[in-house]
Ligand binder design. Structure first.
Ligand SMILES: [Zn+2]
Length: 275
């Protein structure tokens, strides 16, 4: 109970000590949706239940993306580089972007500054040394983020994060999130790409695959023209059964058939806004 109250207080604190500066229409322009597809690639390091279905989900997703010539963003848990290094190389060689989902799958809003700083630093260094990748993007486990996270990401040279939009804000557009203005000597800022949906409702609400599919498709409407949005998936969630793999493939096809849409990786979006 006390833990819950403390967590809510930290959430409130981050919301009043950071500033959002909304940005204009995305790179696809006013008449189209700019969409980022992202994957939280965590294997058993994020959730032990993920162990068995991760391999199936990973292979199926990579295959479907390849067949459709789609490039996406993969938020990896750093530990995967120790046990499943080949799959990281596969993501890179297929032209996808690697982003950070922390090294140890830790929740930023509940982790102290030093531990978080070192964890994210370890990710950055490992991927630079082992894969020659300069990682620019971040997506938080459990969607927890804090003012200190923004500062740490900025200090480690990250340029954007993908985060679930607070329901009451609901901009569904990119914005710059900065730490200036309140009790802060130095300003840190990164671009934020709002995530509007992922596959989690199939776990949390036992949503049937068909209902999940129509939820994803509900974002392919005029309402999102001019917006930059992200939709996310977990290979282990998709890999649980054939029904889920099928709806994932179906969704990819509906993206291909929806003409007022352009796909980007997170770093392509960031580059466009910052140039
Ligand atoms: Zn995760």
């Amino acid at each position: 109970m006390i833990e819950k109250i403390a967590y809510r207080a930290r959430r409130k604190w981050r919301d009043v000590t950071t500033i959002r500066r909304p940005l204009g229409a995305g790179p696809a322009g006013q008449e189209k949706i700019s969409l980022v597809l992202y994957f939280d690639y965590e294997r058993e390091f994020g959730n032990i239940a993920a162990k068995d279905s991760s391999e199936t989900g990973f292979n199926a997703i990579i295959d479907i993306l390849n067949k459709n010539a789609i490039r996406t963003t993969w938020n990896c848990v750093g530990k995967i580089s120790e046990s499943y290094s080949k799959t990281i190389s596969q993501i890179i060689s297929n032209g996808h972007e690697i982003a950070c989902h922390t090294y140890n799958h830790i929740e930023p809003l509940s982790t102290d500054y030093e531990k978080l700083f070192n964890d994210i630093g370890q990710f950055k260094t490992t991927f630079k040394n082992k894969y020659k990748v300069d990682v620019q993007g971040f997506h938080s486990p459990s969607d927890g983020w804090s003012k200190q996270l923004i500062e740490i990401l900025s200090k480690h040279g990250f340029r954007y994060d993908i985060a679930v939009e607070n329901k009451d804000q609901n901009h569904n557009a990119c914005y710059l999130i900065t730490t200036d203005g309140y009790l802060s000597k130095n300003t840190h800022s990164i671009l934020r790409i709002p995530s509007v949906s992922d596959d989690w409702m199939m776990i949390s609400k036992h949503l049937e695959p068909e209902k999940m599919l129509s939820h994803w498709q509900s974002f392919l409407t005029e309402k999102y023209y001019g917006k930059t949005i992200a939709v996310g998936f977990h290979p282990w969630v998709i890999g649980k059964n054939k029904g889920r793999i099928d709806i994932f493939e179906h969704f990819i096809h509906s993206l291909q058939n929806f003409k007022d849409l352009q796909l980007f990786t997170g770093s392509e979006i960031t580059k466009w806004y910052q140039e």
